[in-house]
Design a binder for this molecule. Structure first.
Ligand SMILES: Cc1ncc(COP(=O)(O)O)c(C=O)c1O
Length: 433
């Protein structure tokens, strides 16, 4: 019999295979200093475009004060245990009430993490006769929720209404044949890679013809879209049609935890049946009080969302004017599409980081097809005009180098050599500060 560990040492997985060269630089980098548009990476200041700190709340002095005072008053332990057993508090319930009101829903339930939360909510809601219809580009947490589902699931091509309707027809036919079950359609408010909004309004109109309930993961839309910041449903004028609205606190709220909002009876059902919350410790009080404060600021300081959008437009228009392909984004998420191999992409990222002091994340094969590179820039209210200008200039220069083949290298640069000789060939325009 094989030792179950043996295969893990032989094959580290699609990303793990690069870990020896990539660790600490391309993967698991350490950003230090105060969270903001400029942070320290390997001892030097970089302009950071990788954080979902959309509203700039992460380091807001009022937030820092509330977080610190709450930690002083309650410590990180209180309340102990799962909410159902001993970990409930008035403040947890207050946050749920305020979130439900903000999302124009009857009730809401808090979750410790978005990932486990939505995954487990899907599990709680769907029985074996139920059918899940979902968008092909759904986040991993939705896909893992589907893995827990014992019944059928039909995927529709990303944001493709025709295919969505086809899958609804298949699902309807199956349920009629079974004589039992219902349909849950799951999509996202904003798709986090490409930045395009889910076609919620169009999907919602399909409810006239098909019986289904709509669940929306609005991780990137919450706080960034809609008149009040209530998200993609508000933005598209179809919030009422979203049966279950979900968002994490990990993005515009710059915190941790998540929630799902919807009809009272259904949220109550989830409350008593969602395994990831029933069998897990409740959110610590400082997180809850910190989230109440963040929600208050998100609601009462529209200038933060305005600043985010003003920065997003400057960045996106600047990239477009310079001939960059930023795809179909209609959110602050700003993808920059380029072509090149994984090795080239990593060499370019290094040049951007070391010589232009720009810290941006890249997405390459196997997450996207071979030969493609996506830079994913996340503007925030905390960025300045100077951050944007310097970045646009850096992208113009490095793209010219990429097109001229300057980053063609045989292997992913070995990061242990970053300050040594093997790195010199890449430093063609030293601009070290
Ligand atoms: C679309 C989407 N859903 C869910 C999650 C998971 O949320 P959390 O970080 O709270 O686990 C994320 C990432 O944070 C996300 O981007």
């Amino acid at each position: 019999m094989a030792d179950i560990f043996e295969k893990l040492l032989k094959n580290s997985g699609p990303i793990g295979q690069h870990r020896e060269r990539a660790h600490g630089y391309f993967a698991f980098p350490k950003l230090e200093g105060e969270i903001g548009s400029r942070m320290i990476f390997r001892g030097k200041e970089k302009i950071v475009w990788s954080l979902n700190n959309y509203l700039g709340l992460a380091n807001h002095p009022e937030i820092r004060k509330v977080d610190a005072e709450a930690a002083k008053q309650f410590g990180m332990a209180y309340p102990m245990g799962a909410r159902m057993m001993s970990g409930n508090s008035n403040q947890h319930e207050q946050l749920e009430k305020e979130l439900a009101e903000f999302e124009m829903k009857e009730d809401a339930i808090l979750m410790n993490f978005g990932y486990q939360g939505i995954m487990s909510a899907i599990d709680a809601i769907c029985g074996r006769h139920d059918v899940i219809v979902y968008d092909a580009e759904s986040h991993a947490c939705i896909i893992d929720g589907l893995r827990l589902h014992p019944g059928h699931r039909y995927v529709f091509k990303h944001n493709d209404l025709e295919d969505c309707e086809k899958q609804l027809q298949r699902a309807t036919a199956l349920i009629e044949k079974q004589g039992a079950g219902g349909i849950l359609l799951i999509t996202e408010g904003v798709f986090g890679m490409a930045g395009d909004q889910g076609k919620l309004k169009e999907i919602a109109t399909l409810k006239k013809q098909y019986d289904f309930r709509l669940m929306v993961d609005d991780a990137h839309g919450f706080g960034t879209l809609g008149k009040t910041g209530a998200g993609a449903g508000e933005e598209q004028g179809c919030q009422d049609e979203i049966d279950l609205y979900f968002s994490t606190f990990a993005k515009s709220m710059a915190s941790i935890g998540a929630f799902m909002a919807g009809p009272k009876g259904i949220i109550d059902y989830i409350r008593y049946n969602i395994r990831s919350q029933i069998f897990a410790k409740s959110l610590p009080m400082p997180i809850v009080l910190g989230n109440l404060k963040r929600l208050e600021m998100l609601k009462t300081m529209p200038e933060l969302k305005d600043k985010l959008w003003s920065n997003a437009r400057k960045l996106q228009n600047g990239l477009k004017e310079r001939g960059f392909d930023i795809g179909k984004t209609d959110s602050p998420v700003t993808p920059v599409y380029m072509t090149g191999g994984v090795e080239e992409a990593t060499a370019m990222v290094m040049d951007l980081r070391e010589n232009y002091h720009i810290f941006a994340s890249i997405v390459v094969y196997p997450v996207i097809p071979k030969g493609h590179i996506i830079y994913r820039l996340i503007p925030s209210a905390a960025h300045t005009d100077a951050d944007i200008e310097e970045t646009l200039q850096a992208f113009t220069e490095t793209k010219a180098k990429l097109d001229a083949g300057a980053y063609k290298v045989e292997a992913i640069p070995d990061m242990t050599d970053v300050s040594g000789k093997r790195f010199d060939y890449m430093l063609q325009t030293p601009r070290n500060k």
